[in-house]
Design a protein around this ligand. Structure first.
Ligand code: HEC
Length: 137
């Protein structure tokens, strides 16, 4: 019995090691990249939840508008995107303060918005996202 189960365990370990092997090889190579790449990966983690709806390429609207150039822009002004009346009437200009409150609770801050995102409650992650939005031209 003991021999049998340790045999099974050994097979499992080999299988798992085989599985994880390729991932383990790619992870360290990412980590040894430049500090810029590290910043980018932290940001893209915080921004990952946005990417299902938002592209960052100018003019590329999806479920949400392209976020290219959104920082400093008036709300509801991405060309070619059909905004909700709520967003059009929000009167906001996207700066650090307005983005910070909006991203905390989109549907509470702009009632009736079509952005059905529950909000980011972690201030550090909101800051990372806003810093990233600033870099989008
Ligand atoms: C479920 C899809 C979805 C997710 C997830 C989502 N958004 Fe949105 N977002 C939208 C939609 C749709 C709009 C347009 C809202 C409207 O017209 O009411 C929008 C609008 C916006 C706007 C206003 C844009 C403008 O041109 O005025 C900003 C800024 C924004 N989103 C940022 C984000 C960020 C940052 C995240 C991630 C933290 C995020 N969104 C996650 C769908 C989404």
């Amino acid at each position: 019995m003991v021999r049998f189960s340790s045999g099974v365990a050994a097979v499992l370990v080999v299988a798992l090691a085989g599985c994880g092997g390729s991932k383990d090889q790619s992870a360290p190579s990412g980590e040894t990249a430049s500090p810029v790449a590290e910043t980018t990966s932290t940001t893209s983690l915080a921004f990952a939840s946005c990417m299902s709806c938002h592209a960052v390429t100018p003019g590329q609207n999806g479920i949400g508008p392209s976020l290219a150039g959104v920082f400093g822009r008036k709300a509801a002004s991405a060309p070619g995107f059909a905004y909700s009346d709520a967003m059009k009437g929000s009167g906001k200009t996207w700066d650090e303060a307005t983005l910070d409150t909006y991203l905390t609770n989109p549907m509470g801050v702009v009632p009736g918005t079509r952005m059905t995102y529950m909000g980011q409650t972690d201030p550090a992650k909101r800051k990372a996202v806003i810093e990233y939005l600033k870099t989008l031209k």
